[in-house]
Design a protein around this ligand. Structure first.
Ligand code: EPZ
Length: 452
């Protein structure tokens, strides 16, 4: 097991690109020649959005937490480097040491530092998830305010209000949140005014070591929350109700180590399911759990695409002919996930008819619209909704990625478009998709990464 920080995937820093497809400076871009039906099999990895809070859970104990089926992604590397900075020993092994479902061994014997610095939090907002565990374990945490991001302001007021309910004192100093609980945290009832995945996770982590009972009301119900509760229970926590609207945690004195396999990534499953649909293809998603993608499955069936469970996962097969447009509204789980909204829009851009896509989770998650329009998509914005009128064929063009899921929607559009599409600033993609172009090329896509 190597104990040094894990190295990031090879993703260069972005640079600016002129629209003619010219490049200045070293630049990650992906070139796709569209028009190929995707057929074959794709191995689904562990869920990024489960792995991040699971890694933060290692701070709650001095014993070793071993996480398997961990994806090889930039965000995981960022979290690993943050934990190392806090004093956690991080060991990595797995095929080729870093790929194909590796295992992380995390041991926070001593917490050397309780500060999550701006340069790391800025890169990845999920760093805020160390707030709850540090408060619970050490009675103190200094976490940089994450600032906004491309898809919205994304405040963390629900995290902070919840910590106060558990008895923490919160001060804001020089862009840092300084949280202290000198007498330890005390269980309380916390009612979330709006559903928040991160706040539910942060407070669940904090409550495991608080004195007495904590009730999280109007909690997020995502499968990643259930996976975190399962791991925490294996570590000795007492948690009931995860996956429902109310989670009850009885605080315990101490937590121990555990071994936990990360659940499959439902957003990766959904992304490749849409890749099959948009190219009129047929792909088996190996290791996928159909129970994780209920809302997407219903939506794809309504368009005329088959989504069936197989021995090893899920098969997605487009029937002959053009698929039909289907309206979609993003909602907290079990509703349609906001992290698949951009991908759904790419699919609707070439479907028959008109689809209204309503984004209810984030206030600025339509940045893929102007880029899809450059490829000939017919989309008009109408407040919090986008109305997509399907066209026969998109046209390849140079386009620019703005955030993780927008970048993948542009690649999906490129797979179906006529001619060549160049997607620049593709480093966004490395945050959430492991061996992305490799997996698509293995199913017949003409796609390559061009590191200038
Ligand atoms: C998690 O982000 C995911 N990230 C996001 O995935 C996902 O889009 C989001 O949940 C919604 O499902 C991880 O799990 C690492 P929220 P999170 O708190 O926890 C507002 C991806 O592409 N809010 O559920 O930050 C917030 O602004 C990423 O993988 C507050 O107002 O999302 C948003 O409008 C993108 N105050 C809404 O709640 C708070 O304190 C939902 O946010 C917290 C959130």
């Amino acid at each position: 097991m190597s104990a040094d920080p894990v190295s990031p995937p090879d993703s260069a820093a972005g640079a600016t690109i002129d629209r003619s497809g010219g490049r200045r400076g070293g630049l990650d871009q992906i070139c796709i020649r569209g028009g190929h039906r995707l057929e074959g099999a794709i191995q689904i990895g562990g869920a990024k959005n489960a792995t991040l809070p699971l890694m933060a859970a290692s701070l709650l104990t001095g014993e070793t937490l071993a996480l398997s089926n961990v994806p090889y992604l930039a965000d995981i590397t960022t979290m690993a480097n943050l934990l190392v900075q806090l004093g956690v020993e991080v060991g990595v092994n797995g095929e080729n040491g870093m790929r194909h479902g590796r295992t992380l061994e995390l041991s926070a014997r001593e917490i050397a530092d309780t500060t999550a610095p701006y340069d790391l939090v800025r890169k990845m907002r999920a760093s805020v998830l160390v707030l709850g565990p540090l408060l619970a374990r050490c009675g103190e945490a200094r976490v940089s305010q994450p600032g906004g991001c491309a898809i919205g302001t994304r405040p963390i007021d629900l995290h902070l209000e919840g910590m106060k309910r558990l008895g923490a004192e919160i001060a804001l100093e020089d862009g840092y949140i300084h949280a202290t609980a000198p007498k330890g945290l005390v269980g309380a009832e916390i009612v979330f005014p709006t559903v928040s995945v991160g706040a539910t996770e942060d407070l669940m982590l904090a409550a495991t070591l608080a004195k007495g009972e904590t009730r999280l009301v109007n909690a997020a119900r995502e499968p990643e929350i259930v996976d975190l509760a399962k791991c925490l229970s294996a570590m000795g926590a007492e948690i009931e109700g995860a996956g429902g609207k109310e989670i009850v945690i009885q605080g315990v004195e101490k937590l121990g180590g555990a071994e936990h396999a990360v659940l499959p990534d439902r957003i990766e499953i959904g992304t490749y399911a849409i890749a099959a649909a948009i190219t009129g293809g047929n792909i088996e998603l190996q290791g996928a759990d159909i129970g994780l993608i209920g809302a997407l499955r219903q939506a794809l069936l309504a368009t005329g695409v088959d989504v069936e469970e197989t021995e090893g996962g899920v098969r997605v097969a487009a029937r002959n002919g053009r698929i039909e447009c289907v309206d979609m509204t993003t909602e907290p789980y079990p509703g349609f996930p906001t992290d698949l909204q951009a991908q759904w829009m790419a699919l609707m851009a070439t479907a028959h008819g008109e689809a209204k896509i309503t984004e209810t989770i984030f206030e600025n998650r339509f940045m893929h619209v102007p880029e899809l329009s450059r490829m000939g998509a017919d989309i008009r914005l109408d407040g919090g909704a986008a109305v997509v009128r399907g066209v026969e064929r998109l046209k390849g063009a140079p386009v620019m990625a703005t955030d993780l899921r927008a970048s993948v929607s542009l690649v999906l559009a490129g797979l179906a478009a006529e001619g060549e599409t160049l997607v620049s600033r593709i480093y966004h993609l490395d945050r959430g998709y492991e061996r992305f172009e490799e997996k698509l090329a293995a199913c017949g896509a003409e796609i390559e990464r061009d590191i200038g």
